[in-house]
Each structure stands twice: as C-alpha cells, then as structure tokens.
Design a protein around this ligand. Structure first.
Ligand code: PLP
Length: 381
C-alpha cells in the first residue's frame, strides 16, 4: 500500500471554520471587512492580552511592513534585523528603501544575541546613523531573550518590531509572545500553527496605532465622502472569508499547541540515547515554546560522521519531509553586501540543523514511520 507523504507542518482544521465561512456567504460579507474580521480580531485580542489591540491583515509580511512604517522607517534609514530568520522578516525593510543591519543569534534560544545587538547599535551610531527599529524574531516558536533584548532597545530608545509569526501561543514569563514589542506580528500562512490559508496580524499597544494600521491597510483613505488621499496606502486588509477560517482555528489553537508540544516530546524520547543529537528545547522554565517546528542539531564529530543530510535524505526516501534550518540572511546572495555583526552561531545552526515533521495532525502511524527512519540511520550499526 502507498503511504501518503508526511509534511513538516500542514493545515489542520478544527471543524467550525466552514460554519464561519458559510455565514459570510449567507450574509454576503464577501469583502475585506465584516463580522468575521471583527470577531477574529477580538478572539486574538482576548487570546494575546486584553490590553493590546489587533488588526488582521493579508499576511505577516504586510504586518511587518506596516509596523516599520509606523516606526517612521523611510528610505535611507537603517533597521536592525535578526539574521537567522525567514525572508519575510527582512524584505519589508527593503520595501521601505531602508538598509538592513544583520545581527547573529545566541546559542540558547537561537534568536538575536543581545551582545551583538548592542555592538551593532553602537557601531552604527558611531558611523553616524542610529537604527530606526529592531526586528527580533521568536524562531520556531522559541521566545527570544525578552528581558535582555528589551533592555538594550530601551537603553538606546529604539522600538522593537516583534516578529511572532512562528510563536502564536508561546510565552515568556507567562506573557504571550507578540505583546512585548512596540508592534507584534502574527502570521496565518498555510504552514503556521493556525492558518487562514494566508493572512497575518499586527498587535498594537493602543487604539491609535491600530486605527493607523487599518487606515494604511485600506489605501489610506481620508474621512471625506469622496476618495481623498494625503498619504500612500496599501491593500493589506484580511478578507472576511479568511477571517472566518481564523475564527474556527482559534477554537482549537491551544489544543493544537499541546499536540505540537507532544511532537517535541516524541523527538526528545527518540533521540535521548543518541550521542551527538540535541533536540531544540526551552533554556529554562521562563520560556514556553509552542514548538511550531521541532528541530534538532546533529554534531557529526559525535555521531560517527552521520550528518544532517544523511537523515534528511533518508526521510525523503520514505516520503517524509524534513528541512534544514533557515539559511541566515547574511549568507543569502541578495543580502551579501549588507553589514553583519556576530560570529558563526547562525551559520553553524544552518550547517547542522534539521526541522522535523511537527504537525498537530500527525498520527501514530506517521510517528512509527518517522521512528523507523531514525532507527535505520542511528541505531543500525
Ligand atoms: C511566516 C513568517 C513571516 C511572514 O509571514 P507571511 O504571513 O508568510 O507573510 C515572517 N517572519 C517569520 C519568522 C515567518 O516564519
């Protein structure tokens, strides 16, 4: 019998998504506004923290773009960005005609290193330009070192754009990721912990920032009977259909996080007696990761030469998807001229790391297939 492909992370519907989408059709709210948009925003606000304001948008990348604009980033400015991330974190800096300044990760959370962050800020100031914003990322759902990063940002009075696209439901000291920065960013792309088939959100600290985000996301139309524009806007609002999927997904979010965390436990068990393989885990009780993707580091000098690629190829043969960690932005051809501060932490993670199937919809049979591959690679000698 033909086995079906096991994906890294695939959409997992809860059941009520159709109900909300059908309602949208039945009431003819087939537009980038309507009851599902308001309902989804309210669900997210309650989930994140009652004190924040949430605007839902067409993507996480759009949310980062609007956050940078609201931080005052314009052409010629410099913006600091974590190098070890997905291109969605950095591309909006380019959309603004600004220059990204890339910073390495620290080895505990794999996220932006507070020491190199401060080094970068001081050096840029010495060069004559104070960075306008810091894009910090909670990669794979792991919170960055929130207190250390906040402290550096506060010392130089630079706003943080908190890329929480992978970290919906993660917490640091019991506070939700996405609520620490001047702006927080969420993504509901197809492979994220919840999906609206495509979408995102900007989390704001006050109503004025939210209404400005919505204004910019709906073509910046001034308050007149005709269409009057005094600034450039964007078409970035989420549709009422997509928001309906989001409302259904919110009902199962915590359940799906628990299942992702169980996948992480499964890998801890799989690799506990295998020398040279470490499963990426929270550095202390202060950190709670949604474990959006489970990831491992394979140290070939301790595994008799078995590399990340051996395991990845064996998975591929068994029709199981796995993937190297993000390739740092300072190694990307398109960003090769961009200033970089750091050492080789993210480069090593890219060399040795692998993301493993992590979906909340994986079955016992899927886990057996994954276990078989791990066994053939590591336990057969
Ligand atoms: C997915 C993702 C984004 C972008 O979100 P989209 O909704 O796909 O535009 C940004 N940053 C990170 C770290 C992501 O994983």
């Amino acid at each position: 019998m033909q086995n079906s492909k096991i994906w890294l992370s695939s959409p997992h519907m809860g059941g009520n998504e159709r109900k909300f989408v059908t309602e949208a059709f039945d009431t003819n709210w087939v537009a980038p506004l309507g009851p599902n948009v308001n309902g989804f925003e309210n669900d997210l606000k309650i989930y994140q923290n009652e004190d924040v304001e949430v605007a839902v948008l067409s993507s996480g990348t759009a949310a980062i773009h609007l956050a940078l604009i609201q931080c005052g980033v314009v052409a010629g400015d410099e913006v600091i960005c974590q190098s070890f991330t997905f291109c969605g974190s950095i591309n909006p800096i380019m959309y603004q005609g600004a220059t990204p300044i890339l910073v390495d990760s620290e080895p505990e959370t794999w996220n932006i290193c507070p020491i190199h962050l401060e080094e970068a800020i001081e050096d840029r100031i010495a060069n004559g330009k104070k960075p306008k914003a810091i894009v910090a990322v909670h990669l794979y759902g792991m919170p960055y070192k929130v207190e250390e990063i906040n402290k550096v940002a506060a010392k130089y009075n630079i706003p943080i754009v908190e890329d929480s696209a992978e970290a919906l439901g993660s917490t640091y000291k019991n506070q939700k990721c996405g609520t620490f920065g001047k702006f927080g960013i969420l993504s509901f792309n197809g492979n994220k912990i919840i999906t609206t088939s495509g979408g995102g959100a900007i989390v704001c600290q006050n109503k004025a920032d939210k209404s400005n985000a919505v204004f910019l996301a709906t073509q910046a139309r001034d308050d007149t009977p005709h269409y009057e524009h005094t600034t450039i806007g964007y078409n970035y609002r989420l549709s009422n259909i997509s928001a309906g999927i989001g409302r259904g997904q919110m009902e199962v979010l915590d359940k799906h996080i628990a299942l992702r965390r169980k996948m992480h436990d499964f890998y801890i068990e799989q690799f506990k007696n295998i020398k040279g393989v470490t499963v990426f885990s929270e550095p202390s009780k202060d950190y709670f990761s949604n474990h959006w993707l489970s990831a491992i580091i394979i140290e070939p000098s301790e595994t008799n030469g078995i590399t990340r690629e051996h395991l990845r190829n064996a998975f591929a043969k068994a029709d199981i998807e796995s993937r190297p960690l993000w390739k740092p932005m300072h190694l990307q051809p398109v960003f090769k001229e961009v200033p970089y501060y750091g050492e080789k932490v993210s480069e090593e993670l890219f060399d040795k790391g692998l993301c493993l199937p992590s979906g909340s919809n994986l079955t016992n049979e899927d886990r057996d297939r994954i276990e078989n591959v791990i066994f053939t690679i590591f336990k057969n000698d």
